[in-house]
Design a protein around this ligand. Structure first.
Ligand SMILES: [Zn+2]
Ligand SMILES: [Zn+2]
Length: 441
């Protein structure tokens, strides 16, 4: 070692070269360290080679869609395919038709989970494509067919790399994301109740959702709230029945209910800070039984969406105050049944920070978009209440090919290139997580 080098080294150790000292601290903070390019390249090639298989899986699911809590065939095929890949434990019947499987890497490490949903919607297929739905009135209109195919692709890609994997990946296939049928339990909450996040408990969870407003090749990521909470209410307004010609002798529940509907909108516009997103929508109004009789009871049903737990907690009380004021002004009464459903889909900011460099590396900096949060909801939020999670949006749109229809429409379809993109991004995200936490345990 030359004396001059020794001097520089001493200065660095003493922090006398500010640039050096600062860089050292900054690089320690940066996480995760970039994966060796060879692995990323290998996964890209393997995912590309898997394209026909990914498309075949997706089309098979698309042709045989099953409604929430009725995913028998879907579940059977998922389990068969995971077993064929040699996954270590494949549990079926979790949360009705859910499947949970574990892939153990050869090296020690932590557990990370990934979740895909399985159910289709009661929507008639309007696509004239070779893979159109063969189940009349039912369609994979929310892209859960793509989610499952991508997650099978990730399982396939990772199962071939076991020797290099530190830790384990838990694959969760969840039924009934769209909501269990009336009177039934289901979805993420039931899967968690039945142990999907136990034995072993993952340290983090990842999930994705197709998004036609993003072009294929892009993903959308939110740090913090990504999707809204979703609660529901049933309000019964009670008045007094009377002949329609003599309204002054009764209490018209229709007029009172109409005022309740409009007055509730002032919660959004006048009671909650304008910078806090809130949606309060009435979807059903039912009441009365004859044109010349005033209704003595009107039922209102609706939904409340927020991006802040604080607002979410306040809304039911604000609704009660408003309803009490309006109904008492007319001598009417009300009852409200308010139910909390999905929580806010909240992406752990630290986990997002950790995951972004890998996503940018795989897709290119400009293809990782930060869209505003959405007022739609996801029951992925239940997992995020137990472990930190990241739920991101996968671009499946392609304007040039006319693939622009929104999810939950009869025309919805995806650019199937997104299956390869999705498998690549998720496989890298999971491996990066395991690498980064391998010695942190
Ligand atoms: Zn949906
Ligand atoms: Zn969905």
């Amino acid at each position: 070692m030359q004396p001059r080098c020794r001097l520089v080294l001493a200065m660095i150790l003493l922090g006398a070269v500010p640039g050096f000292a600062h860089q050292k601290v900054a690089s320690r903070k940066q996480a995760p360290p970039a994966a060796p390019p060879s692995r990323q390249e290998e996964i890209a090639q393997a995912a590309e080679a898997l394209r026909p298989q990914l498309i075949e899986w997706r089309r098979d699911f698309h042709q045989h869609p099953e409604l929430s809590n009725r995913e028998e065939r879907t579940s059977r095929l998922v389990a068969e395919r995971l077993r064929a890949m040699g996954l270590d434990e494949v549990r079926t019947g979790v949360g009705k038709h859910g499947v949970v499987a574990l892939l153990k890497g050869a090296k020690p490490g932590v557990v990370v989970a990934v979740r895909a949903d399985m159910d289709a919607l009661p929507i008639e297929e309007r696509l004239d494509v070779p893979y159109k739905s063969q189940n009349p009135g039912v369609k994979h209109a929310c892209g859960h067919d793509a989610h499952m195919a991508i997650q099978l692709g990730v399982a396939e890609l990772l199962s071939r790399r076991r020797e290099q994997i530190s830790g384990s990946v838990k694959f969760i296939y969840q039924p009934a994301e769209e909501g269990a049928p009336a009177g039934e339990e289901g979805g993420a909450a039931l899967m968690i109740q039945e142990g999907a996040l136990e034995n072993p408990r993952p340290q983090a969870i990842f999930g994705l959702h197709v998004m036609p407003t993003l072009a294929v090749g892009q993903i959308g990521v939110n740090s913090g709230p990504a999707m809204a909470s979703s609660d529901s209410f049933v309000i019964t307004v009670r008045g007094k029945k009377v002949h329609g010609a003599y309204p002054h002798q009764g209490i018209d529940a229709v007029v009172v209910a109409a005022e309740c509907v409009t007055a509730q909108q002032t919660i959004r516009s006048r009671r909650v800070n304008a910078v806090d997103p809130l949606v309060l929508s009435v979807g059903i109004i039912q009441g009365g039984n004859r044109f010349n009789i005033l209704a003595d009871e009107v039922r209102l049903e609706g939904t409340v969406r927020t991006l802040s737990e604080d607002v979410r907690r306040r809304v039911p009380e604000l609704m009660r105050q408003t309803l009490a004021g309006v109904t008492s002004a007319y001598g009417a009464t009300f009852a409200m049944d308010y139910r909390e459903r999905s929580a806010i889909t909240y992406n752990d900011p630290q986990l997002v920070e950790e995951t972004l460099p890998g996503m940018r590396r795989v897709l290119g900096e400009s293809n990782v978009i930060f869209p505003p949060p959405q007022m739609g909801s996801e029951d992925f939020s239940y997992y995020q209440k137990v472990v930190p999670g990241v739920f991101y949006f996968l671009g499946v749109g392609n304007k040039a090919r006319g693939l622009t229809a929104m999810i939950h429409t009869p025309e919805f379809d995806i650019d199937e290139d997104s299956l390869v993109v999705g498998a690549k991004v998720m496989a890298n995200a999971l491996l990066d997580y395991l690498d980064h936490h391998a010695d942190v345990k």
